[in-house]
Design a protein around this ligand. Structure first.
Ligand SMILES: N[C@@H](CCC(=O)N[C@@H](CS)C(=O)NCC(=O)O)C(=O)O
Length: 242
């Protein structure tokens, strides 16, 4: 048997979510950092059904794709997390709405205003060859990402408003002072919320904290959202569980 592997983009919040779930379930794995220019080829070689990361290759060769499926796989090994219908429904909403719009809001500023700031975050942990390839391919990668994620100034505002609505929903859920989104221990919903929101708040325990500074408009918004219950909850969850 070979060691399990997790294929990721270093910058991806969905990949941070899968890493956190695997680590919370004590799964031993090797991190394989991919880059936008070549990841699709790796996904195809692995036999993954879609061109997206995270992809987990278990030590028996099984391929598990997508952060929610990876969390389920990890938890099936030792049930370290709470996963039930309620936590699954919350995770799905977070994946489909908050995760997508926080990314669109974030890249609409970061990639349109200052793409050079984003490249080193993708390069973090990549092989030397991939770092060189990324550098060469970057001018072509940026317009593809802009088109695929539908980035732009109007989209930035639209996604920011959607993120705010989802944060209101989470604030409401936390209004009774609960420590976890579901039940009384760490669940897939907690990991999903914290890892997907992290790009807007930059908790110090986040693996990218030392290499990524929030873009200016997001930094300003993040400051103004700092007293929200969800902001305090996020910082505490990273501090206590990451
Ligand atoms: N819902 C999926 C989303 C995965 C996803 O969107 N991954 C992005 C990186 S953040 C990706 O691989 N994008 C490349 C592409 O779609 O071509 C999950 O939770 O894994």
């Amino acid at each position: 048997m070979t060691k399990a592997k997790l294929y990721v983009f270093s910058i991806s919040h969905y990949c941070e979510k899968a890493k956190w779930a695997l680590e919370a379930c004590d799964i031993d794995y090797e991190l394989k950092v991919l880059i936008p220019a070549t990841y699709a080829k790796t996904a195809k070689t692995l036999g993954a059904s879609a061109n997206s990361v995270p992809i987990f290759e278990a030590s028996d060769g099984a391929i598990v794709q997508g952060s929610a499926t990876i969390s389920e796989w990890a938890n099936a090994q030792n049930e370290a997390l709470l996963i039930n219908d309620e936590s699954r429904a919350i995770e799905q909403r977070l994946d489909d709405v908050l995760g997508v719009h926080i990314r669109r809001w974030f890249y609409s500023e970061a990639l349109l205003d200052d793409p050079a700031r984003v490249k080193p975050v993708f390069a973090l942990g990549a092989s030397i060859l991939d770092k060189i390839l990324l550098h060469i391919a970057w001018p072509k990668v940026v317009p593809v990402m802009i088109k695929r994620m539908d980035l732009g100034p109007a989209q930035e505002l639209e996604s920011k408003a959607l993120v705010e609505t989802e944060l209101d929903w989470l604030d409401q859920r936390l209004s009774d002072g609960r420590r976890y989104l579901v039940g009384d221990r760490l669940s897939n919903a907690d990991i999903a919320a914290a890892s997907l929101i992290a790009p807007a708040f930059g908790p110090p325990q986040h693996p990218l904290d030392s290499v990524f500074e929030l873009p200016p408009r997001i930094a300003e918004t993040s400051k103004s959202w700092g007293s929200r219950p969800i902001a305090h909850w996020l910082m505490a969850l990273y501090e206590n569980h990451r």
